[in-house]
Design a protein around this ligand. Structure first.
Ligand SMILES: [Zn+2]
Length: 315
C-alpha cells in the first residue's frame, strides 16, 4: 500500500510540474534521491528496485529528463544512474557533497568520472553547501572529467545559505539546521556573483536548492541575461540593480538606485550578541552506522532520550 501511495504522489507531481513548465517553455524532470535502504546497507538489487519503481512513473508520464540528486555516497548515485539510463531519457546526476568529496572521501573529480561512466550526461552538486562552495566543487568535478578524457555537461544547485563553517556533512551539521537558518540567507546581489562565477567555470545548468526564493532565481537570470539574450519578465517591474528605487519617496534611498552601491555593500546581520560562525556537530555517522538503520516505527521516547544525552555530551 505504501508503494501505491508513493506512485500516486509521483504521478500528481509530474502533472503539476508539466502544467507549470508549459507556462514558461521549461523542461520537466523526474528525480530520485538517496534511500534509507542504502544507509541501512541493503543490497544493490534492493536499492535499485526502489529507483526502478519510481522511474516507471516518470517514463509513463513522459518527463523530459531524469535526475539522480542529493546523494552523499557516490556508489549509491552510480546505482541510481544505472537504473535511470535504462529509460533512454537524458540523465543528470547531482551529489550533495563539498570540495572534500563524498562521505567515503571519494574526491569530487573521481565522483564525477564514476557518474559519467555510469551513464550520466550532466553531473554536478546540489544542496548542503553555499553557492561559491558548490561552484568550487563542480569545478573540481569538471577538471576530473576532462582529465579522464571524458565529456559531460555540468550543473549546480546550491543552498541559498552561507555555510563557511560546516563540515563535509554540509548544512545539516550546523546547529541552526533546519529551523534557524534565516540569518545565513544570501542577498540577491550575492546571487549575481554566484551566477557569474558558475558561468565562468563552464557550468550551464545553474539553479538553486534549499533556501532559494523566486527573487534569488530572478537575480541569477538577470546576471546571465546577456548570455541568454533576454531578461526575466519581472525585471521590468523591479528594475536592474535597484534602479526602481529612483521612484522611492526618501532621497537617501533614491541614492541607492545604482549598481556599485549594492555591489559594495557589506550587509549587517543586526544580531549584536550572535557569532558570525557556528561549530558543526560532527557526529561522523555514515552508511552502516547503527543510528542510521531504517525504522518502520517512529523514534521512541527512550531512543530520543539517548540522542539528547549524546548531543549534550558532545557540546
Ligand atoms: Zn536542498
Amino acid at each position: 500500500m505504501i508503494h501505491k501511495k508513493g506512485q500516486q504522489v509521483n504521478e500528481a507531481a509530474c502533472d503539476l510540474a508539466r502544467e507549470v513548465a508549459n507556462e514558461g517553455d521549461a523542461l520537466v524532470a523526474g528525480g530520485v534521491s538517496q534511500t534509507p535502504s542504502y544507509l541501512s546497507c541493503k543490497s544493490e538489487d534492493e536499492v535499485k528496485g526502489i529507483f526502478k519503481k519510481q522511474i516507471d512513473v516518470f517514463v509513463q508520464k513522459n518527463v523530459d529528463f531524469l535526475i539522480a540528486e542529493y546523494f552523499e555516497h557516490v556508489e549509491e548515485a552510480e546505482w541510481a544512474v544505472q537504473v535511470l539510463k535504462t529509460s533512454g531519457k537524458p540523465v543528470a546526476a547531482s551529489l550533495c557533497i563539498g570540495p572534500e568529496g563524498d562521505l567515503n572521501g571519494v574526491s569530487p573529480g573521481d565522483c564525477a568520472v564514476k557518474l559519467v561512466k555510469a551513464g550520466a550526461q550532466i553531473v554536478g552538486v546540489n544542496c548542503h553547501f553555499d553557492p561559491m562552495t558548490c561552484v568550487k566543487t563542480v569545478k573540481l568535478m569538471k577538471e576530473g572529467v576532462e582529465h579522464a578524457g571524458l565529456k559531460a555537461h555540468f550543473m549546480v544547485q546550491p543552498l541559498a545559505y552561507h555555510t563557511p563553517d560546516c563540515s563535509c556533512q554540509g548544512f545539516i551539521d550546523l546547529p541552526e539546521f533546519p529551523f534557524a537558518l534565516e540569518p545565513r540567507i544570501l542577498t540577491r546581489w550575492d546571487m549575481h556573483k554566484y551566477a557569474r562565477e558558475a558561468y565562468k567555470v563552464g557550468i550551464r545548468y545553474i539553479g538553486g536548492c534549499c533556501g532559494f526564493e523566486p527573487y534569488h532565481i530572478r537575480a541569477v537570470s538577470e546576471e546571465l541575461a546577456p548570455e541568454r539574450g533576454f531578461l526575466p519578465a519581472a525585471s521590468e517591474k523591479h528594475g536592474l540593480w535597484g534602479s526602481a528605487l529612483e521612484m522611492h519617496t526618501k532621497p537617501w534611498v533614491r541614492a541607492r538606485s545604482r549598481r556599485d552601491y549594492w555591489e559594495q555593500l557589506k550587509p549587517a546581520s543586526g544580531r549584536p550578541t550572535c557569532p558570525s560562525m557556528s561549530t558543526a556537530d560532527c557526529w561522523g555517522v555514515t552508511k552502516g552506522h547503527a543510528d542510521l538503520i531504517q525504522h518502520k516505527e517512529a523514534t521512541t521516547k527512550d531512543e530520543l532520550k539517548q540522542l539528547f544525552h549524546k548531543a549534550q555530551a558532545k557540546n
